[in-house]
Design a protein around this ligand. Sequence first.
Ligand code: HEC
Length: 139
Amino acid sequence: MRVRNLVALVVMIAVAWAAWRSWPRPELEITVSGPPLVNVTVPALGAQDRVGEAAFSNNCAVCHGRNAAGRQGIAPPLVHKIYEPDHHGDEAFVRAAQRGVRAHHWPFGDMPPVKDITDTEIDSIIAYIRTLQRANGIR
Ligand code: HEC
């Protein structure tokens, strides 16, 4: 094989791997166990909500479930009255993602800090969760 072909092949593999890694694949991560704890109605999502949905799928859904509906035995639904803005303001989400959470409302154990998450991602996740909450009568 010519060197140029080999280089092209390596580049193609690297690009494919990077695309595969960065692709949101909530289905894949969430098939292990832990059925949802609540039924969540998903409304039309705006641009920022959709960015938040992707960030949530990549960083939070493995525990909090698809559409933040919770996962039995793993983590609570964030579409829940406990997490309405008056009780858990946006700051609580920032703190949870950056520093983790000591178990206090649920029997699921502590939430570890979420590594490598940016402020922008957290902001978009909050927008997404608030949209889901409003669509499910939590405000
Ligand atoms: C490894 C599992 C896991 C991951 C990943 C995870 N969480 Fe959690 N989270 C939990 C558990 C368990 C609790 C419940 C703690 C309790 O008992 O109150 C929780 C609680 C929370 C709370 C409530 C905080 C409070 O002050 O009570 C928020 C907000 C939250 N998570 C947001 C997020 C967001 C946003 C992400 C992704 C960036 C995320 N979580 C990722 C497990 C997880």
